[in-house]
Ligand binder design. Structure first.
Ligand SMILES: [Zn+2]
Length: 113
């Protein structure tokens, strides 16, 4: 499952930070996930429960910050919210745009103890 490999890589990041800080575990983790990152949020919840067992994230409180997707029109530079890829520019109707926000998938912060 795609989401499980995401969780496992987050675990890896967290374990690296815990080791570096000579801490014991993670109390809180904040994630930033774009709505176009390809992450299925319910699948992520499920994968999380499985993936963090017996890791430093086992007791961590998890906060997910969803980042809404935005695109910039390649023609008129208009920036607008999108729900999915290849939406037309509301200003000029062109379909060519680049996603400027919404593909994020990162650990924003960790609180260790
Ligand atoms: Zn446009």
């Amino acid at each position: 499952m795609h989401e499980l490999s995401i969780v496992l890589s987050i675990v890896e990041i967290a374990e690296g930070q815990v080791r570096k800080a000579s801490a014991r575990q993670v109390d809180r983790i904040d994630l930033e996930i774009g709505t176009l990152s390809g992450v299925e949020f319910t699948a992520l919840d499920f994968a999380w429960d499985v993936g963090v067992q017996h890791t430093v994230l086992h007791n961590a409180e998890r906060f997910i910050h969803k980042i809404p997707a935005r695109a910039r029109c390649m023609d008129c530079n208009h920036v607008f919210d999108i729900q999915q890829l290849f939406e037309p520019c509301p200003a000029c109707g062109l379909f060519l745009n680049e996603v400027v926000q919404g593909k994020e998938l990162r650990v924003k912060s960790l609180e260790l103890s």
